[in-house]
Ligand binder design. Structure first.
Ligand code: SAH
Length: 250
């Protein structure tokens, strides 16, 4: 997972939430937890909620101000459930992880912080102004505030997905689901032959009218391109087309 990403919690009131955050982080491979003046820490409740992620609690750093927590960070994101008076660039968690991915591509040592606020009133405007980007999880407006550990989970998940995608791109032929795919992707030429095969067979069954083809082939192409079919999958589809054609010929 990415290194040098800190999750910073400001003035957390309920120590159980600190444990919940540690667990959410560890699930997604994050390990640097920084606590700005927590109300009570360490605590049994935090350890209980961490459920096996107590190592993150043991290594957590406690500091006395947000400035101190983010001083060495090159990129700081502040999370907030609601819009503030002063407009600020607001990202959703996926856009945020895109920014992180770009930054890490340029320099994987880059130090990054994601800051989370108090359970009752979030981050102050002054605290948010220490952050280059504001991140908002697009929850429903009338009930927008997530539990802090749930908010950390959403952000950490998006960072994880972006990280795994970047790892996948390193191996050229990898489809989007991961590097352990069991067949290589079909080449462009194989796809073209498959589309020609679709066109001729569908014409034969009269599903496609060559005098009035509409958008059929374009839509089919878009669907199948989106799926990134591998060689075996293309062979299966073409095998089906051949079987239909044979049946008609009989
Ligand atoms: N009433 C507070 C909510 C605090 S919830 C407020 O309006 O800001 C505690 C923390 O969880 C928030 O400070 C923020 O860091 C995070 N959080 C909760 N819901 C969020 C959301 N929808 N988007 C981004 N962060 C959120």
């Amino acid at each position: 997972m990415y290194t040098n990403i800190k999750i910073v919690l400001v003035n957390t009131t309920h120590s159980g939430n600190i444990g919940g955050v540690a667990r959410a982080m560890k699930n997604m491979g994050l390990s640097n937890l920084v606590l700005v003046e927590p109300k009570s820490f360490p605590s049994d409740e935090a350890s209980a909620r961490a459920a096996g992620a107590d190592d993150l609690l043991t290594s957590a750093i406690v500091v006395s101000s947000l400035q101190e927590a983010v001083a060495d960070c090159e990129l700081v994101f502040g999370t907030s459930a609601r819009e503030r008076h002063i407009p600020w660039p607001i990202l959703d968690p996926r856009e945020m992880s895109g920014v992180v991915q770009q930054a890490k591509k340029a320099d994987d040592e880059k130090t990054i912080a994601v800051v989370f606020g108090r359970e009752d009133r979030g981050l102050t405007n002054e605290e948010l102004h220490l952050c280059q980007h504001h991140v908002c999880i697009p929850s429903v407006q009338e009930f927008s505030s997530l539990n802090i550990a749930a908010a950390v989970q959403v952000i950490a998940y998006e960072l994880r997905v972006a990280f795994l995608k970047m790892e996948d791109l390193k191996s050229l032929d990898a489809p989007k689901w991961g590097t352990s795919w069991d067949a290589p992707l079909a080449t462009q030429q194989e796809l073209e032959l498959m589309f020609e095969h679709f066109e001729s067979t569908m014409t034969k069954t009269e599903f496609l009218d060559p005098d009035n083809p509409r958008q059929l082939m374009t839509r089919l192409r878009r669907l199948l391109m989106r799926a990134l079919p591998d060689k075996i999958e293309v062979n299966i589809l073409r095998g089906m087309l051949t079987s239909i054609s044979k049946k008609i010929d009989k």
